[in-house]
Design a protein around this ligand. Structure first.
Ligand SMILES: [Ca+2]
Ligand SMILES: [Ca+2]
Ligand SMILES: [Ca+2]
Length: 260
């Protein structure tokens, strides 16, 4: 009985020692898994961590990714690939210590793209040239809403300008860009509907942030208005929707004019 217990204890001790020895050993073998870096993407966004995270000054908005090294070996150099709006932006960074994170930016300018949403991908080590402890956390996908980075057209006035005779009179349309930081640098149109007759007027100038511009219609005879009466007039800016705006719902104005 005593001998049996001793034997069992011995066997148990052997098992414990061998398991300990195996785990001790395994920390020195399989180097590529145990001692390796691990690139991962923690976050992707616009102007991440900036003091003001939207509507920076002209040209200074950035798409930012937070890249981390989750494991125990440093990384000398690594490549980062952004894919946005069907374009590829490649970058290279250096020195990422174990357990360290860093921010990576691209030159992508949200408002210059003139799109409302962008599907954004980021890949760390896109050519798989670094052996990592985890190869499955190198990609990040996010749909970014760029509306806040868009300008905004708004019609603030529509009035009749007297050119002497009523057929020669024109309509003045006052258009403002209500965004405080982003200019409008795209052609757009102004459509005026007068007494049910619709005419289109292109506008090709830029409008600076927080600024207004005026444009004029053709003379009223161009609308087929031949006799004096009361007419409803509607003006719409960016009728064909060439400009992506933060607010697409404030682009029209109504007036009623009585010609006597
Ligand atoms: Ca990884
Ligand atoms: Ca608008
Ligand atoms: Ca628009």
């Amino acid at each position: 009985m005593y001998k049996e217990v001793t034997t069992r204890l011995l066997i148990l001790a052997l098992i414990i020692i061998s398991v300990a020895a195996f785990s001790f050993n395994s920390s020195f073998t399989g180097k590529s898994i145990i001692n390796a870096p691990d690139l991962s993407i923690a976050e992707l966004g616009i102007n991440l961590g900036e003091k003001e995270n939207y509507n920076n000054q002209f040209l200074s908005n950035k798409i930012t990714a937070v890249v981390c090294n989750n494991h125990n070996s440093p990384i000398d150099r690594y490549k980062i690939r952004f894919v946005m709006n069907n374009r590829v932006y490649d970058g290279e960074k250096s020195n990422l210590e174990p357990k360290e994170c860093t921010k990576v930016h691209t030159s992508f300018k949200p408002f210059m793209e003139n799109i409302r949403y962008v599907e954004a991908y980021i890949v760390a080590d896109p050519l798989n040239s670094i052996i990592e402890a985890n190869e499955n956390n190198n990609r990040f996908y996010k749909v970014l809403n760029l509306s806040l980075y868009s300008p905004n057209l708004k019609i603030t006035d529509l009035k009749l300008i007297d050119y002497g005779s009523f057929e020669e009179d024109k309509l003045l349309v006052r258009i403002c860009n209500t965004n405080k930081k982003i200019p409008i640098k795209r052609r757009f149109d102004v459509v005026i509907s007068l007494g049910g007759v619709q005419r289109q007027f292109p506008y090709s100038g830029n409008i600076n942030p927080n600024s207004c511009a005026v444009t004029y219609s053709s003379s009223l005879s161009y609308f087929g208005l031949t006799k004096k009466k009361e007419v409803n007039v509607k003006a719409v800016v960016d009728y064909a929707n060439n400009v992506v705006e933060s607010d697409e719902g404030d682009n029209f104005i109504y007036r009623t004019f009585t010609f006597r």
